[in-house]
Design a binder for this molecule. Structure first.
Ligand SMILES: Cc1ncc(COP(=O)(O)O)c(C=O)c1O
Length: 424
């Protein structure tokens, strides 16, 4: 059974330990374990200063004149995220809109560019709601849903079931629900082999696991910047399109910021900008973009290799603690036990661990309100523990599991209401 001393020894040897100091963590916050970095990353100290500067000096004093330097932010920050985090080539990534809107743009473009009778989109039952909803709402699309967390064989089978009709495979690399990491190289390959494009939602993967979009010839990708990239609540998302597809695909929201000459206002017809710029639509969210730049810069400084290695080992340590401490609550029928739904194979999981329990909601609330641990809850019965490798400690994993044990062993949750809050 892992001990607190083991955790301290791992923290002492952690090459990324110093990065914790780059985040806003109050002294009174020291005892609170933040286990929701997979949902909303912590606030980098550099972001506070950068936002102050942009607001007070660039907006406050230079006013409209600042647009000259703000104009290129979507591409500049896009390249930072694309090259350093996603393994994309320069000029393949922009930061714009939300993941939802970007998925719509890319899925519509893929369908529009598909030849002949290709109107089917393959996705999985476990995909994030926004992904499933966007695909279902796409005009002319027929969505074929496979089982949650599919293998490459499952996807190949689904495409073969509708021969010549699948235009696009749309999946999340790391599942928000189970934490399973899908076989991105294998699935991309079987899709290409059968003439379909792929769009990967990398929201729970970017900044947590190694990604190499160029080496795997990935067509399209989108993802959130407010999770492991620490861009802040609602920060604009990334959108990636492989270079050779940029001129072939037409995204449906033709706006002036994606036009070749935004200020040629007498022009009557939309002329798309060359390259990835055409996937931008309206005015970029400047405050959000500079926050993404600061958050992604820390991730780049730490290096994806080191972050992914720590993510893997921290998650393994967390699973060891769970195995040692959280078994055997269930009496004869085991009904009160936790069920770990995250894969054990480290190459098949992301950086969060999902635990299923019939009282998951109230346990989650007890942890937040009474025991100083902040996980989150996902319907119908899952507690997610997301210890972001950039600022989380092995001791956090150890304490979180001890407190989880207390929550269940002492039934700390029993007098809490069953009703869900608006945000879970
Ligand atoms: C996999 C995935 N896709 C998309 C989203 C949400 O996208 P948006 O920023 O458009 O709300 C989330 C949010 O948690 C997510 O986990």
């Amino acid at each position: 059974m892992p001990s607190l001393e083991d955790a301290h020894a791992l923290d002492a040897a952690d090459p990324l330990a110093g990065f914790r100091d780059e985040f806003a963590i109050d002294d009174d916050d020291e005892d609170r374990i933040y286990a929701d970095g997979n949902s909303l990353g912590r606030l980098p100290l550099a972001t506070v200063e950068r936002l102050r500067r942009v607001v007070e000096e660039e907006w406050g004093r230079s006013l409209i004149g600042s647009w000259e330097s703000w104009f290129d932010l979507p591409q500049r920050v896009g390249d930072l995220v694309g090259v350093e985090v996603l393994g994309a080539r320069p000029g393949e990534t922009v930061i714009a809109d939300s993941t939802t809107v970007n998925l719509y743009k890319l899925a519509a473009a893929a369908l529009g560019g598909a030849s002949g009778d290709r109107h089917v989109i393959v996705t999985d039952a476990g995909n994030f709601p926004t992904d499933r909803f966007v695909l279902q709402g796409l005009p002319g699309a027929h969505v074929h849903t496979v089982r949650a967390d599919p293998s490459a064989d499952d996807v190949a089978q689904a495409i073969d079931d509708a021969p010549g009709r699948v235009a696009l495979v749309a999946l999340s690399h790391v599942s928000y629900f189970s934490g399973a990491r899908l076989d991105l190289p294998g699935i991309t390959h079987v899709a290409h082999d059968r003439g379909a494009l792929v769009v990967w939602d990398l929201s729970h993967a970017a900044g947590a696991v190694p990604i190499d979009l160029a080496a795997n010839d990935v067509d399209l990708a989108v993802g959130c910047t407010y999770k492991y990239l620490n861009g802040g609540p609602g920060s604009p998302a990334f959108l990636y399109v492989r270079t050779d597809l940029q001129e072939q695909l037409q995204q449906p929201i033709h706006g002036w910021f994606g036009a070749a000459e935004p200020f040629a206002m007498q022009q009557q017809r939309y002329e798309p900008a060359p390259g990835i710029g055409r996937f931008v639509s309206g005015s970029p969210s400047v405050l959000g973009l500079v926050a993404v730049e600061e958050g992604a810069a820390i991730v780049a400084k730490a290096g994806i290799g080191a972050l992914a290695a720590k993510g893997e080992s921290l998650t393994a340590f967390l699973l060891d603690c769970i195995d040692a401490e959280l078994g055997g609550f269930g009496g004869d029928d085991g009904s009160d036990d936790f069920d770990i739904i995250t894969p054990r194979n480290p190459t098949r999981r992301g950086a969060h661990v999902s635990l299923r329990h019939p009282e998951a909601w109230r346990i989650c609330r007890a942890l937040i309100e009474r025991l100083g641990v902040v996980p989150d809850f996902r319907e119908p019965d899952v507690v997610r523990l997301g210890l972001a490798p950039l600022y989380s400690r092995y001791a956090d994993a150890w304490h979180a599991v001890q407190r989880l044990r207390t929550a269940v062993a002492d039934r700390v949750y029993e007098d809490l209401p069953m009703e869900r809050r608006r945000v879970t």
